[in-house]
Write a protein that binds this ligand. Structure first.
Ligand code: F6P
Length: 318
């Protein structure tokens, strides 16, 4: 039976979200369903910013960064009466299935909608790689590329000036961007939420390394330090000229890598298969080379993999 399938992106955007939307639309058409595009995330759902997908709306989008559907954070979606509005809008159009591309917060919204009778499937879209039900999130690979490129560039100028650089990367409370960024660039010092170094420990390491290195890359995850104050303190205590650099939103931009496009496309295609099987309240993830399905509420509660060993190994390479 032909289904009406809506697709939305929600939360912080990530590179590859567009590829997921395109694949969900094309796969729906290929199987004889009617795909709909929801603009502006859950907000657009409530405000009925929903249109039937047309080729001209998705053409060329696979390679674009950001999300052409727009995204929004909507904490009010936790309220039942707000969600009831969304369900009414969907019922009016006859949509019974929804693909939500986003992070943990977006998954919660999808889980609640599933309880209200909508067939929801969540796909992991965030640069943070903080969704435990997948090895890799859509956007992480592209974002990591930005991190690596930036640290390499910062290394060049720091070598010239014999400086230490405190580099703050995104990730919310997940250290993956910092860990893999440090590993890929040979950064000297790494501090992440999973294994935080005190300011004194960082200063001690700078003192140990300052004679043998012209530049010192100190990679830290956001929300852990006031990086400008930390750089000042390092300079005062070690005599090494120090600066701070916050990578910020460049990490969320740029054209998606092939890896992100492939991940997004395969997950989105499978999402349509699962909808056909009437599976609801699930999310999909890539575990190894296999697409796995999880109950979305269970997935939100799952703990990220233990990174202790990886962090130890990365620090040995410093
Ligand atoms: O979840 C993606 C992310 O970029 C985090 O790394 C960061 O903490 C947050 O979003 C920033 O959110 P906003 O776009 O609301 O400033």
């Amino acid at each position: 039976m032909s289904k009406k399938i809506a697709i939305l992106t929600s939360g912080g955007d990530s590179q590859g979200m567009n590829a997921a939307v395109v694949a969900a639309v094309k796969s729906s058409w290929a199987k004889g369903h009617k795909p709909y595009l929801v603009y502006e995330g859950y907000k657009g759902l409530i405000e009925n910013k929903i249109v039937e997908a047309k080729p001209e709306l998705i053409n060329g989008m696979i390679s674009r960064g950001g999300t052409f559907l727009g995204s929004a954070r909507l904490p009010e979606f936790a309220e039942l009466k707000v969600r009831q509005k969304a369900v009414k809008v969907l019922e009016k159009i006859g949509i019974d299935s929804l693909i939500v591309i986003g992070g943990d917060g977006s998954y919660m919204g999808a889980a609640k909608l599933a309880e209200m009778g909508i067939n929801t499937v969540g796909l992991p879209g965030t640069i943070d790689n903080d969704i435990a039900s997948t090895d890799w999130t859509i956007g992480f690979d592209t974002s990591l590329g930005v991190v690596v490129d930036s640290i390499d560039k910062i290394r060049d100028t720091s070598e010239s000036h014999r400086r230490a650089m405190v580099i703050e990367v995104m990730g919310r409370y997940c250290g993956d961007l910092a860990i893999y960024g440090a590993l890929s660039t040979g950064a000297e010092i790494l501090s992440v939420p999973e294994s935080k170094l005190s300011e004194e420990q960082i200063i001690k390491k700078v003192n140990e390394l300052k004679d043998s290195k012209r530049s010192l890359m100190i990679v830290v995850t956001e929300h852990m330090y006031d990086v400008n104050k930390l750089a000042k303190k390092i300079q005062e205590k070690t005599g090494v000229e120090s600066r701070a650099h916050v990578l910020g939103y460049t990490q969320r931009g740029g054209i998606p890598t092939p890896k992100d496009r492939i991940l997004a496309s395969l997950l989105a295609e499978e999402a349509v298969n699962r909808i056909e099987k009437n599976e609801k309240g699930i999310c999909l993830g890539m575990i190894g080379e296999e697409i796995k399905s999880f109950d979305i509420l269970e997935a939100v509660k799952m703990k990220n993999p233990d990174r202790t060993d990886l962090i130890k190994r990365v620090r040995k390479l410093i």
